[in-house]
Design a protein around this ligand. Structure first.
Ligand code: PRX
Length: 631
């Protein structure tokens, strides 16, 4: 299907996908290669939750990303790899080289006895072998589960235990600015409780000393010596599991969202090409880590499915200085740059000369993802990076949705500051009010739901279909509930206002407040805690902890340090609290429920209109909490 090239074409596509969704997706799917065509485009709905796309068809994601392009684009650069160290020159890998590397990794996995349906966990830095590894997993039909390298040993082991991975692929260490993250050491700690792991494959990156356990740990470079570079892709049924990706929810335990083969592939392909509108020679750079869904869909699969050139960067935005992103854009002549508001805000806070030293004249399109972008950051991004001539696609989506759901199409539909604007073809967002009724007025505010299945949606929570149903499909019967609130203007443009559940978005990282509370509560002096988000200049939301200790700590600063350490141990440094307030109680209803509304208001510093507290079990506590408020 030809990409959408004008506003009128967008309207036509949207209408066609509304009137005849199966006909629409049938046409899109024909662009890709299938071993066997599908029999039915879509069956199932949000009530039976047995949704299947392209049933009867067989295909392979890795061969669609690579082999499909060999004839015409074998010599084209597929991946440009930029190391943490600015002195190391960027590494260009062509489609044909990438295909061979993926075959070799597939052969390594296969020689280790990994078969279709086995789970491979990846706990790595941003090295090409991570991208090669997930593509190799899909090539042999293994399910990949990437765990972000910033998670702790405990988080890693919890995820491995949940998905019962057989193989772990990791690095000796990962570079992050001037630090080395001891990934293998963390993995060793995690694996003390992971009997499902039979083998650990270690890719050497930092050359720091690591312990290799006999009979379990093997170096990738040793395994490669006996591997082949020809490895045919395994035909996968359309609904065969593709990957599991863990994300936080409103309860303590992260959920493993399962995406399946064909629907995800078709959706990644179609959304990438239409939102970003790349030309053949363009260069796409998504700054997300492959440990997050953005790194799956728009660093790896979307660009490769479309035969485009994608950039992968190992390091952080501020190493060796705050100009690194802009220097890389100039050096590689990046045309499409896709990042998170938190990175924009952090760089906006540094000296503008880091930006003005660079030309940035290769840029054509800018993107934003992961959290609401405030108007100030939007406008800085637009003025200083896009020089007022690049559209900014504010793309709203989630781990659960697999790909972009609401977004402008670059150069095709209108971009409005801080608005995700219109849904993509095939997506039917609606707003519902607190009683679950669809709001029919165009101009409205409510909870954001999606009305109909789409190919890229997650099919279940790994091992817990009931939780999948309860989390997303029971709040509002017959609808997928996103957990986000949104406003819609008179022209139907959506603006996402943020989470309406107990999930917070800290520097674009999605964290459950319950998860953080569980970590805080592991401290022996803590009886109970409550975590809420509050507006934070750089991170979007900061983490505010209200913590009950039976005795006021003699040395509160020491206890705070210990609490930080507890969170780092249980979750990882990304979940470290910003503010910790010791309290003697928490405001509770007579039935014992914590009144988070009050805590949120305190944390936000909005002490007006605290509401009627007389129904609280302990109304006096509110005064104490307000007096001790931190900022
Ligand atoms: O609250 C929304 C926010 O990020 C959540 C999804 O987080 P995650 O599954 O980690 O995926 C992030 C990358 C897709 C959403 O529920 N979010 C994501 N994109 C936007 C956004 N909020 C506002 N505007 C966006 N463009």
């Amino acid at each position: 299907m030809e990409p959408i090239r004008s506003y009128q074409e967008y309207l036509n596509h949207y209408e066609e996908a509304q009137a005849n969704p199966t006909g629409y997706w049938d046409k899109v799917a024909r662009d890709l290669e299938w071993f066997r065509p599908w029999k039915r485009v879509c069956t199932g709905d949000f009530s039976d939750l047995n949704i299947k796309w392209f049933e009867g068809g067989t295909t392979n994601l890795s061969s669609n990303c690579l082999d499909r392009h060999l004839k015409n684009k074998g010599k084209k650069t597929a991946l440009i790899y930029v190391s943490n160290n600015p002195k190391e020159p960027p590494q260009k890998i062509t489609y044909s080289e990438l295909q061979q590397k993926v075959c070799r990794m597939a052969s390594v996995f296969s020689n280790l006895g990994i078969k279709k349906g086995d789970v491979i966990c990846f706990y790595m830095g941003m090295v090409p072998e991570l991208m090669i590894g997930i593509l190799a997993a899909t090539r042999i039909g293994a399910i990949h589960s990437v765990v972000f390298g910033g998670f702790s040993a405990q988080s890693l082991s919890g995820r491995i235990q949940d998905c019962q991975a057989k193989l772990l692929v990791t690095n000796d260490g990962g570079y992050r600015g001037d630090k080395i993250i001891a990934l293998k050491e963390v993995a060793d700690e995690a694996l003390k409780d992971c009997p499902s792991i039979q083998t650990v494959v270690v890719h050497r990156r930092t050359k720091n000393a690591v312990k290799m356990q006999d009979g379990r740990d093997l170096w990738l470079h040793d395994l490669e010596t006996t591997a082949t570079t020809v490895f045919p892709a395994t035909p996968m049924e359309a609904e065969d599991p593709l990957f599991i990706l863990y994300t936080s929810g409103s309860t303590g335990k992260p959920k493993g969202l399962l995406h399946t083969t064909a629907g995800y592939m078709v959706y990644a392909y179609h959304t990438f090409r239409n939102v970003f509108q790349m030309s053949e020679e363009d260069i796409f750079w998504c700054t997300a880590d492959i440990g997050w869904v953005t790194g799956h869909t728009y660093l790896t699969y979307g660009p490769l499915l479309n035969g485009n050139t994608t950039v992968m960067y190992e390091g952080i935005p501020v190493y060796p200085d705050a100009g690194r992103f802009w220097q890389i854009i100039d050096q590689l002549q990046v045309t499409h740059f896709y990042t998170a508001p938190t990175a924009i805000r952090a760089l906006q806070a540094t000296d503008l000369s880091f930006v003005t030293k660079c030309k940035l004249d290769s840029l054509k399109v800018l993107g934003s993802v992961g959290e609401p972008i405030n108007e100030e950051a939007w406008s800085w991004y637009n003025t200083h990076i896009g020089k007022g001539r690049c559209p900014i696609v504010d793309t709203w989506w989630q781990t659960e949705t697999g790909g972009i759901m609401i977004s402008p199409l670059a150069h095709v539909t209108e971009c409005i500051p801080a608005h995700a604007t219109h849904p993509l073809p095939g997506i039917t967002p609606i707003l519902v009010n607190s009683s679950g009724k669809e709001i029919m007025e165009t101009e409205a505010e409510g909870n954001l739901c999606i009305k109909n299945p789409w190919p890229g949606m997650a099919r279940t929570i790994w091992g817990d279909h009931d939780r999948f149903r309860k989390t997303y499909f029971e709040t509002y019967k017959g609808l997928y509930f996103t957990g986000d609130g949104a406003r819609r203007d008179a022209k139907g443009n959506y603006r996402i206002t943020g989470r309406v559940d107990d999930v917070i978005n800290v520097s674009g990282h999605r964290l459950g407040t319950a998860e953080i509370e569980d970590a805080i509560n592991t401290h022996p002096d803590v009886v109970e805690s409550a975590v809420v988000g509050y507006p934070h200049k750089i991170k979007g939301q900061g983490i505010y902890v209200f913590c009950i200790c039976p005795q006021a700590p003699n040395n509160p600063e020491q206890v705070k340090k210990e609490l930080m350490a507890a969170v780092t141990k249980v979750i990882g440094p990304i979940a470290k609290p910003d503010l910790i307030q010791f309290v003697t109680g928490l405001p509770k209803t007579r039935s014992g429920k914590i009144m988070r509304r009050i805590l949120r208001k305190v944390a936000e510093g909005d002490l007006s209109n605290m509401g009627d507290n007389s129904t609280l079990l302990n109304p006096d506590i509110v005064d104490e909490i307000v007096k001790g408020k931190l900022s």
